[in-house]
Design a protein around this ligand. Structure first.
Ligand SMILES: Cc1cc2nc3c(=O)[nH]c(=O)nc-3n(C[C@H](O)[C@H](O)[C@H](O)COP(=O)(O)O)c2cc1C
Length: 501
């Protein structure tokens, strides 16, 4: 079977979404401590994980502009720190693991965002990725930033396309590879003839000028994306190198993966140019019974009222106070179509305005059923529970049945214990079954050897995040990615020995 990529999906907040902070394994006392995250990053790096992913948003659930009391009392996506500022510290404490940081195309500005990621690619020695989002809790965010322009679900993706184009024009097109000269004898730091002016005039966004960050190992961060409405999938097919899904069933995930790859090919890209990685919550213990007891303990932490608040924050659809027996009627959301479709029993597709709800004549669920289902799953992917062998079998069956390219582990009670259990109990079985590469999971001895080599020559020995996820030698965007069109034509050399005969 193909080798699976492994990541972790986390957030720099006390509860990672649902309110788990009250549990003894919660992390409310540690989430703001950089030392805690350094420990997590080192744990994952030693075990051979490919990346640590940080979801992030400026927002939190509000309903009609008000903060529901549970958001504060239960700590629902509130409070939260900016993970991007921590990446430099994590990079210093690790040598191989990649870091993926979320940043929105709504309230940020392309030049500032592109400069931050280019800087982080330098600081991490080519280990940074950008999760491009058109925003969750967007109503909250718009108010916080004083945004009054009317944008719709789909127009936010149109703006996102332009935002990504400008970023790529700066990263891929701003500098020729040999523009950085640093030749004191000639008195030349940067060769002005090797700089390339960015001129971009879009419908929503524009940029004009030179990019002030020299090329890094990857130039462009690895481009991740997660929204899976019809418009979100078109955005992914054009821009993304890695698409994150929250798989629910093998069948739906398989259909999803096939469509993402097909649309990408329609955009002139190779089907292997897009990796699809699913979130997964693993609850594992020595025996199946113990694992299921733990899963029930986890689910008992979530109240249906909390679920209603989170659901409303993500989708703008407020089911609080609605009779649970009411059949579901709302099928579209201008904020988050992916979640609406998933819990309406639809296919997870269908753009805003397209109408959705229960697909294919399936029974329409009630509001109570939607909230109960959301309470148990929230915004999680596959939920795999059992003994180590059961979990390994199920993960392999999911991967083979859906053609996904990897998994991102989601925290359970909050702290790193879920990752430790996965590493100790499940990872060795996946390695033995050939599902993850031996090189990537060589354990402590391999990690120590790699760290020693990397310390003497980090640039030469540690692969970039793009190489880890795709193949050796692929540090930069492939020529089939639309971003490659921003690369400037080579400048004919003036030196006689380089002039073609
Ligand atoms: C798996 C997944 C992860 C997401 N992570 C974030 C995030 O970290 N921050 C954010 O602002 N939005 C996040 N989003 C929201 C998306 O960027 C998008 O704005 C939203 O899902 C609406 O688009 P859709 O209708 O195509 O799903 C996420 C969405 C999904 C499905």
């Amino acid at each position: 079977m193909k080798k699976l990529s492994l990541g972790v999906f986390d957030m720099m907040n006390p509860s990672n979404g649902m309110p788990t902070w009250r549990h003894p394994n919660g992390r409310a006392d540690r989430y703001s401590d950089v030392g805690y995250w350094i420990g997590v990053a080192q744990l994952l790096e030693t075990a051979g994980f490919d990346f640590l992913f940080f979801a992030d948003t400026y927002g939190y659930p509000t309903i009609d502009g008000e903060l529901p009391s549970q958001v504060a009392t239960a700590g629902i996506q509130f409070p939260g720190f900016d993970p991007m500022l921590m990446i430099a510290a994590l990079a210093q404490a690790t040598t191989r693991i990649g870091f993926v940081v979320t940043s929105p195309t709504t309230v940020e500005k392309p030049y500032a965002s592109a400069r931050r990621y280019a800087t982080l690619d330098h600081y991490t020695n080519g280990r940074i990725g950008w999760n491009i989002v058109t925003g969750s809790s967007q109503a909250t965010v718009d108010k916080l930033f004083g945004v009054t322009d009317e944008t719709t679900h789909d127009s936010r993706y149109d703006i996102g396309d332009e935002f990504v184009d400008i970023s790529l024009a700066l990263w891929e097109g701003g500098w020729h590879d040999d523009a950085w000269v640093m030749d004191a004898a000639r008195g030349m730091l940067v060769d002005p003839a090797k700089l390339h002016r960015t001129e971009y005039e879009g419908r929503y966004l524009s940029a004009s000028g030179y990019f002030a960050v020299p090329p890094s190992r990857q130039r462009s961060p690895v481009l991740f994306q997660a929204g899976t409405s019809a418009r979100g999938r078109a955005f992914a097919a054009r821009n993304a190198e890695v698409v994150l899904i929250q798989g629910q069933t093998v069948e739906k995930a398989a259909a999803h993966v096939a469509e993402i790859r097909a649309v990408a090919v329609g955009h002139g890209r190779a089907s292997g140019d897009i990796k699809v990685i699913s979130g997964v919550t693993v609850t594992v213990a020595a025996t199946s019974e113990e694992a299921w007891a733990k899963r029930r303990e986890l689910e008992a932490l979530y109240e249906v009222d909390d679920a209603a608040v989170i659901y409303a924050g993500f989708t703008g659809v407020d089911y609080r106070g609605v009779d649970p027996a009411t059949p579901l009627v709302v099928g579209t959301s201008d904020q988050g179509q992916t979640l609406v479709d998933r819990f309406a029993g639809g296919s997870g597709g269908g753009g805003a305005g397209a109408g959705s709800g229960a697909a294919g004549g399936a029974r329409v669920p009630t509001v109570g059923e939607v909230l109960e289902s959301f309470r148990m799953k929230a915004n999680r992917g596959f939920q795999v529970t059992g003994s180590p062998a059961e979990v390994a079998d199920e993960l392999i069956a999911i991967a083979e049945g859906s053609d996904i390219d990897g998994f991102m582990l989601e925290p359970t009670f909050g702290d790193e214990q879920a990752y430790v259990e996965f590493i100790e109990l499940v990872l060795p079985l996946l390695v033995a079954r050939g599902a993850v590469g031996a090189a990537a999971t060589g354990g402590a001895a391999a990690a120590a050897a790699a760290a020693e080599t990397a310390a003497t020559s980090p640039a030469a020995t540690s692969p970039t995040l793009r190489e880890r996820l795709f193949e050796p030698g692929r540090a930069r965007l492939p020529a089939t990615h639309p971003g490659a069109r921003f690369r400037p034509a080579p400048i004919a050399s003036a030196t006689p020995e380089e002039t073609p005969a």
